[in-house]
Write a protein of this length. Structure first.
Ligand code: B12
Ligand code: SF4
Length: 493
């Protein structure tokens, strides 16, 4: 069988599906376009991809899409071959020559097929002869309009050509898309492995506006862009009945933003025919100020938390929009650990290079993590990245006005990623922040502190070992192969 649309995605740890591509596929299927998503694109050889394309591209194929939301971490995960040198402009996460080879191969199968790029890493200035269309922002509705444009010539909306001749389709926040009443249905073509952990989109947007964060739907009203609870329940039931799925990653930038949501989700969880378990982004300050929500979240099935703490420096916290008292933050983490022990995985995430925070202050946090004075199960440190406006559609407050926060361009830094600003502030340079984080991660690797706990592995398949990743990807590839073989047999009949 050949498809109207084929979407490639990848970049996430092996055991977690990147959601955006599947959501796009769902919307296209709901509008009547057959769509196949191929995950783990970076783990296929060019020949393997050609074999897949041979079986899936036909005279009915309208476009081949690529979803780049998580491509930024491909090199970092060590899984990629060659990341496209002009990453900011790339379609596939391969070297330009390989990308062109793939595109030419598709054209040899059907010269009318278009190439479209979507995901959070797209921007207006893409110039790449392999790319015909670039989708900026949420595209649930615009992609359906695009498929209809290609199939039956309806007007293409929200589109304009950039200076390189690439058509930019920009629906940004997809304000006309009825997200609240939208749905998501996984199908057999999505190759959901039995008992796999799936992403579940609960809400879009965040009620906060942290200064380093470039997410495009920051500062929303509390109940905006919240999925209808009946649809959430239906999705949970469908996945359980069809694929035995009981574990989830909740796609929601602040799952505990309102108590109303927590109560409603608890009622759903308690009404399910299985025991729900999930991972979520949780704001620590909201847990502290609403302690009654802690037990509710646990009863609902929260078993793995991601706390974006960023800093334990009081002054810095206040400046970036995370000003909760650092001592109370640490005390709450430790008390959560003491109460829920190995039944709740706690991950804390920090940034090195924030305003008014010296390397000494960062070191103190690192030491407290290593010594378990902060009793988190795992943690991550990132150097502060300030995106360039030429390659990023959305900017953080730092990106919009660096100097106001004490950042300047560092003319001596030639090693920085082309998409990021080589900054310096009064304490350090971006390069130093990167090196510092790198050294710390090497230390933690040695101390084995970032190994996944059993509960974390169970809930979200996080931090799989190399062997586990390979097993998972091989299983996925085998099932994809079986699916394509089955489809071939059916189309012959
Ligand atoms: C959930 C999430 C995670 C989860 C992923 C779970 C999962 N299985 O999905 C986890 C915790 C694993 C994660 C990790 C990381 N994440 Co994260 N994550 C998110 C988050 C909150 C939601 C992503 C999502 O699924 N959104 C919902 C879908 C529907 O939106 P979408 O992907 O944007 O897709 C829409 C459009 O982009 C477009 N689209 C997408 N693909 C395509 C394809 C085509 C062909 C078309 C036409 C359109 C299209 O249409 C879609 C529907 O409207 C986003 C922030 C956000 N709210 O978007 C950050 C975000 C994607 N993460 C980010 C980052 C940096 C990371 C990390 C690298 C490290 C970190 N600092 O956290 C790691 C990667 C680790 C790894 N490689 O394993 C950044 C990416 C920045 C960028 N622009 O490059 C984001 C945007 C947050 C931010 N602003 O910094 N993340
Ligand atoms: S960092 Fe998290 S809490 Fe802050 S604005 Fe971004 S998504 Fe919201």
């Amino acid at each position: 069988m050949t498809y109207n649309v084929i979407i490639f995605t990848g970049g996430l740890l092996a055991t977690s599906k990147p959601f955006g591509a599947y959501k796009i596929a769902h919307e296209l299927r709901a509008a009547g376009f057959s769509t196949l998503v191929i995950n783990h694109v970076e783990h296929f050889s060019i020949q393997e991809l050609k074999d897949i394309l041979f079986k899936t591209v036909g005279s009915n194929t309208l476009f081949v899409g690529v979803s780049n939301t998580f491509f930024g971490s491909i090199g970092a995960l060590g899984s990629a071959k060659v990341v496209n040198e002009s990453d900011a402009h790339g379609l596939f996460p391969f070297a330009q020559q390989e990308e062109t080879e793939l595109c030419n191969y598709v054209k040899s199968l059907n010269p009318r097929v278009k190439f479209a790029l979507g995901g959070t890493r797209t921007h207006y200035n893409v110039s790449n002869p392999n790319i015909d269309y670039v989708f900026v922002g949420y595209s649930d509705q615009s992609v359906v309009n695009f498929a209809r444009h290609l199939s039956s010539g309806v007007d293409l909306q929200k589109a304009r050509k950039n200076l390189s001749g690439v058509v930019i389709i920009d629906d940004d926040l997809a304000k006309d898309f009825d997200f609240a009443n939208s749905s998501m249905k996984w199908t057999d073509d999505d190759i959901v492995l039995r008992g796999e952990t799936l992403p579940l989109e609960i809400s879009r947007g965040c009620i906060f506006s942290c200064k380093f964060c470039s997410y495009r739907l920051n500062g929303k009203q509390a109940l905006d862009y919240l999925k209808n609870y009946d649809n959430i329940r239906n999705e949970l039931i469908h996945n359980y009945e069809n694929y035995g799925v009981t574990c989830y990653r909740f796609v929601d930038d602040t799952f505990n933003d309102t108590e109303e949501k927590i109560d409603a989700m608890l009622a759903i969880a308690e009404s399910l025919p299985f025991e729900l378990k999930f991972w979520a982004y949780i704001r620590l300050d909201l847990l502290a100020t609403r302690p009654q929500t802690i037990d509710k979240l646990y009863r609902m099935g929260l078993r793995s938390i991601f706390f974006g703490i960023e800093t334990l420096n009081k002054k810095t916290g206040l400046l970036i929009g995370k000003g909760f008292d650092p001592d109370r933050s640490v005390a709450l983490i430790n008390s959560l650990k003491e109460t829920y022990k190995e039944n709740l995985h706690i991950h804390t995430s920090f940034i090195c290079g924030l305003p008014e925070e010296s390397l000494d202050s960062v070191n103190r946090t690192m030491e407290r993590l290593l010594s378990r004075e902060i009793n988190a199960d795992s943690y991550s440190f990132y150097p502060l990245g300030i995106a360039k406006s030429a390659t990023h559609t959305w900017q953080s407050a730092f990106g919009l006005n660096m100097q106001q926060y004490g950042y300047y361009e560092d003319p001596d830094d030639t090693a920085t990623d082309k998409r990021l600003i080589p900054w310096k502030n009064k304490y350090m340079t971006f390069q130093q922040a990167r090196n510092h984080v790198e050294e710390f991660l090497q230390l933690t690797n040695k101390s084995q502190r970032i190994k996944a706990s059993p509960i974390q592995k169970k809930i979200n398949g996080a931090l799989p070992t190399e062997a586990e990743s390979t097993r998972h990807i091989n299983r996925y590839k085998k099932q994809l192969h079986n699916l394509l073989e089955r489809n071939c047999v059916h189309s012959k009949i």
